[in-house]
Ligand binder design. Structure first.
Ligand SMILES: *Cc1c(COP(=O)(O)O)cnc(C)c1O
Length: 448
């Protein structure tokens, strides 16, 4: 019998073999807990986690994720009459705090807290402001775009006609002249800039201005940059012409994995919030909302220094890797103004191969498409994306970036066995287990 299974057949077969050793559901459950524990011991304690879309939460935020309130059902908008269920007064308090804290963190008039992820945030925007058949413009993946704004994601699901935002492959910048020309020709209802590979600010002001000529809207999908924006270390899209800012709370914002939606114009409230409820969410994980509220408070208190150190660490890591002979994108502009640096690792075997080799040495990164890669390179692209969120929250600074670049260069340039490098990585990481820039632990001690 042939079965279609999207997941890796070997991994599932190995799991079935393990499960066949017993018929006890309790033992199957134990296996789940053991795998979670193994991950915690390895990724949580021993690895240098350099995944750009990943962030550690503070102890308080993490504890809230398993709080009792997460077992309660709440749907709809905040308030006695809006809710279908009674008994939600304390849930209302938590959610109202979350909304108000998000507004302060993002310096905006309105915010929504109910989405499970930015994927749904973007679908909210497409649902609220487009109809099937409408044209939108978004960035393609080799320039850093994300599937949520492309044919295979929410934008495609909405039945939209998607045109690429033109990029200059040399400078990695939006080609504004071409953009103006293509946009004026097609008059897209929305231009949505969502960059998963993001090194430098975007020309939000210029693009919004152009789109406004025919009443189109500019939306900034700040999934990655939300924390940087809240911490005032990046451009402020809502102040530069974007009508909506979407964001993932689990990336630079360093909260629980969630979607966030921010806007200023009261006329957008009705279309956006009715797309959220009752279209895209009903019960919305109040434990996650509570955790999001506290992480917003952390951003308000610690965001500026935390995000500023993230950017300093990116610049330092980019330079250190470049100095060691690894080609880094954006070198001429100082490598990065965000939490990411991008390496061209084609000559070391490409992104897939390099990411797995580094993971053997307990350094976790991801393969990435970079300009020059074509559709055929999707699974084996030339780039490697390296993020500094977690290492920054562990209290590391520019000096430590030299050490981390040394570990990476030993694997890539010197071809040292991953086992020996991996041992040194563990020795480096094990003494560093506390997360800073939060009410639990304050600032790293070297900050004084
Ligand atoms: C990660 C990402 C998303 C999706 O965010 P989730 O919170 O994981 O759903 C959307 N847009 C961009 C640009 C992203 O990088």
């Amino acid at each position: 019998m042939t079965q279609f299974e999207v997941h890796d057949h070997d991994v599932l077969a190995k799991t079935r073999a393990l499960m066949s050793e017993t018929e006890s559901p309790k033992e199957w459950a134990d296996e789940v807990v053991k795998a979670v524990k193994r991950n915690e011991e390895w990724r949580g304690k021993r690895c240098l986690n350099l995944l750009a879309p990943e962030a550690p939460t503070s102890p308080t935020v993490r504890a809230l994720l398993s709080s009792e309130i997460g077992t309660r059902a709440a749907e709809g908008h905040i308030g006695r009459v809006n809710r279908w269920f009674a008994g939600t007064q304390h849930i209302d308090e938590v959610e109202a705090l979350c909304v108000e804290l998000l507004k302060i963190a993002f310096r905006c008039n309105y915010a929504d807290h109910r989405l499970m992820g930015s994927m749904l945030g973007n679908l909210t925007v497409y649902h609220a402001f487009t109809n099937p058949g409408d044209t939108v413009m978004t960035a393609s993946q080799p320039f850093g775009g994300h599937s949520s704004n492309r044919d295979d994601g929410p934008a495609g699901f909405r039945g939209l006609n998607i045109i690429d935002v033109p990029y200059n492959p040399e400078t990695l910048e939006v080609d504004l002249e071409k953009f103006a020309q293509v946009a004026r020709q097609h008059k897209p209802k929305l231009v949505v800039m969502g960059m998963s590979m993001t090194l430098f600010p975007l020309p939000v002001r210029e693009m919004s201005q152009i789109v406004s000529e025919w009443g189109g809207k500019f939306v900034f999908d700040g999934a990655h940059q939300a924390g940087l924006i809240a911490g005032k270390q990046f451009q402020d899209p809502l102040n530069e012409g974007a009508v909506v800012l979407t964001g993932s709370a689990g990336k630079t914002f360093s909260g629980p994995q969630s979607g966030m939606l921010m806007w200023n114009n009261p006329e957008l409230t009705e279309p956006l919030t009715t797309a959220i409820f009752p279209v895209l969410v009903a019960t919305h994980q109040v434990n996650r909302v509570a955790a999001l509220a506290v992480s917003a408070a952390e951003m308000i208190e610690y965001g500026e220094k935390y995000m500023s150190q993230i950017v300093k660490n990116s610049k330092a890591l980019g330079k250190a890797l470049s100095d060691r002979g690894i080609r880094m994108l954006g070198k001429e502009r100082g490598f990065s103004e965000t939490h990411q640096v991008i390496a061209d690792v084609k000559k070391f075997g490409g992104g897939l191969e390099v990411a797995h080799r580094l993971a053997e040495a307990n350094i976790v990164t991801n393969k990435n498409l970079i300009p020059g890669d074509g559709p055929e390179d999707w699974d084996r692209p030339s780039g490697l994306r390296i993020g500094t969120i977690e290492i920054t929250r562990l209290g590391l600074n520019e000096t430590d970036m030299e050490t981390i670049a040394d570990f990476m260069a030993r694997v890539l340039i010197n071809g040292e066995p991953t086992e020996s490098v991996g041992k040194d990585v563990v020795d480096f990481r094990l003494p560093k287990q506390d997360f800073y820039y939060c009410f639990d632990n304050g600032y790293p001690s070297w900050m004084g």
